[in-house]
Design a protein around this ligand. Structure first.
Ligand code: ACO
Length: 423
């Protein structure tokens, strides 16, 4: 039941309603604060702002809890497939067998490459980062698919699920000077992606179950993370009634930044640089603590997790398992472990509650699976897609208003125009 809170401003008391979420998260509804008092709230980076009510993902940063639709990330990563989790996020419940089969065949129905988009992709120079390429291609999809008719949204969500992994492989194949592979729809979702990446012309693709299982796990761990930067972007863009392609394209761009999804590429590059520099992890820990150096320990720290990131725990173990199963000996794994160990015992990192995040070990696994470094964030985007779709759908279903924050203006007050000759 909602209660009333009181706020005292300029000697006057104002009443604001409060409410509680299903996990006992308490909120003050400040929507009327400005009308009542003339005050707005100020919260750069939205560190303490609930921008929406959502029933998709719950996370408790203090306790290291992450659940999709009530199911723990540990159980989902262990027992589920990526498509099951995608269904769960988008439709709200784990699918029955028949529902999962029909979800999968619906996606497969759209696994046809758009030849115009392919031609456009062929003209994009290989120097362009694949995140920019897929953001552009996803945005352009609205040129080919109706977004106005009833039922379009559901179809377009399935189109994105089907075609993002296909388009994601084009940049890589182009770089190899090879034709893009056509998807083998007899395979499951993750294996089809691996076949698109690694099948050799004329050589039937032999999937490795270890690789496919690892990929399923990684994508599940990335599938949603409540109101992070890219998801908030998807919701903000969608709130203007922009279509799902425009909204997801914007989400991909937001994800590409090094403080967000782009960190997984930065982590491997950092580990490689430390290796090339003789493997002296202490030197880099010292640099990360020295603000003047401009260096941050990539893959460390999180806005919400202040104890541990449950995804990082699962990924660290998976990295060990996958490397062993594939017989890969990656020297950067031990550099990563040394860095983690040193940071976890260092006062600077302990005091600021900085722990490895999901990106710290994910690149090591992607690399063992044969994914090139510049595609690590693309893999994150493929994993995050069902989360973006679920959040976009929720925003529309709940008929949320257009997102439009206020500001505190700090510029000049009114002044007279000065003619160019007198400036
Ligand atoms: N290395 C060194 N110091 C750090 C790091 C880091 N990786 N992260 C935070 N700090 C320090 C800051 O300098 C600051 O110190 P101060 O209080 O002395 O000024 C303090 O810890 C708090 O950091 P903020 O930047 O204020 O924390 P915020 O919540 O705004 O940022 C972020 C979180 C962006 C994840 C940050 O920790 C970071 O830049 N990490 C490295 C990039 C990274 O791994 N990003 C991936 C995040 S997970 C994801 O998006 C999937």
């Amino acid at each position: 039941m909602s209660q009333i809170s009181f706020i005292n401003l300029d000697g006057q008391s104002f009443e604001l309603p409060t409410f509680v979420g299903s996990e006992n998260e308490k909120a003050i509804d400040i929507a009327k604060l400005r009308d009542l008092s003339g005050y707005v709230t100020y919260d750069p980076g939205y560190k303490n702002t609930g921008a929406t009510k959502s029933a998709i993902t719950y996370l408790d940063g203090e306790e290291g809890i992450l659940r999709y639709r009530g199911y723990s990330i540990e159980e989902l990563a262990d027992k589920s497939t990526f498509l099951e989790v995608a269904y769960l996020l988008i439709h709200g419940e784990l699918p029955h067998k028949a529902q999962l089969d029909s979800f999968e065949s619906e996606i497969k129905q759209y696994t046809i490459s758009n030849e115009v988009l392919k031609k456009i992709a062929d003209t994009i120079p290989n120097s362009v980062h694949p995140m920019s390429e897929i953001a552009g291609l996803v945005g352009l999809m609205s040129a080919f698919h109706s977004t106005e008719e009833a039922g379009d949204d559901e179809k377009n969500m399935m189109r994105l699920m089907a075609t993002l992994p296909i388009m994601a492989t084009w940049n890589y194949k182009k770089g190899l000077g090879q034709e893009a592979n056509q998807p083998d729809t007899s395979l499951d979702y993750c294996s089809t992606f691996l076949q698109l990446m690694f099948a050799k012309p004329g050589d039937p693709f032999k999937g490795d179950p270890v690789v496919s299982k690892a990929l399923n796990k990684l994508l599940i761990l990335h599938a949603d993370h409540e109101q992070n930067c890219s998801t908030s972007t998807v919701r903000l863009v969608g709130s203007s009634h922009a279509n799902v392609f425009a909204s997801v394209s914007a989400g991909i761009q937001a994800l590409s930044g090094p403080l967000h999804g782009g960190a997984n590429q930065e982590v491997i590059e950092m580990l490689e640089a430390i290796k090339a520099d003789g493997g002296d992890t202490d030197k880099y820990i010292a640099m990360a603590k020295d603000k003047a150096s401009g260096f941050r320990l990539m893959g460390f720290g999180h806005r919400v997790y202040k104890n541990f990131d449950p995804r990082a725990k699962i990924i660290k173990k998976a990295a060990d398992d996958v490397l062993k199963a594939l017989g890969v000996n990656d020297p950067v794994l031990s550099i990563a472990q040394h860095l983690e160990d040193a940071a976890l015992h260092d006062e600077y990192f302990v005091a600021r509650k900085l722990y490895p995040n999901v990106d710290f070990y994910s690149g090591i696994i992607y690399r063992a699976l044969g994914i090139p470094t510049n595609m690590f964030t693309v893999m994150f985007a493929i994993g995050r897609l069902p989360g973006w779709l679920a959040q976009w759908k929720e925003l529309k279903t709940n008929k949320e208003p257009i997102g439009r924050p206020r500001q505190i203006y700090t510029g000049y007050t009114s002044r007279a125009f000065v003619d160019i000759a007198n400036r």
